[in-house]
Unconditional design. Structure first.
Length: 135
């Protein structure tokens, strides 16, 4: 459950003393634990395609979660995420890190995410601006 994950992050951050820990875990989980064949597959896809498929992956872990890519250009996108009930600052940081990890696995570099609306604190939705450099 989301509440258990929230509590685990509160404990970890308090004991490790690193406020960037949730973002690092999200990024590492996607960029380093993907099997080699998935990384090769992701490199063949565009970052925009990876973002458009994010909703399918997210729904596996959070019921009711949705992702919509509102705009996509080379090296940047704007996306809306909603239905993430129970999220807090740590879970949003983990989510941001996972997006970074997925795009990096697909070959993007210098990925940055900016929450324009929601996407932090106790919000259950977000509008995010994502920027990256392609190889």
């Amino acid at each position: 459950p989301v509440a258990d994950l929230r509590e685990a992050y509160v404990f970890l951050c308090a004991h490790v003393g690193d406020p960037e820990l949730p973002r690092s875990i999200g990024r590492y989980g996607l960029s380093r634990h993907l099997p080699a064949y998935w990384r090769m597959f992701l490199r063949a896809l565009s970052p925009g395609f990876i973002l458009r498929r994010a909703g399918t992956v997210l729904r596996r872990y959070f019921l009711g979660a949705e992702v919509e890519v509102l705009e996509h250009w080379k090296g940047r996108a704007r996306m809306r995420v909603w239905g993430l009930r129970g999220f807090d600052a740590n879970l949003w940081a983990d989510f941001h890190g996972a997006v970074i990890g997925a795009l990096e696995a697909g070959g993007a570099q210098d990925v940055e995410i900016e929450a324009r609306d929601g996407g932090q604190g106790d919000a259950h939705h977000a509008e995010l601006a994502v920027r990256w450099r392609e190889e």
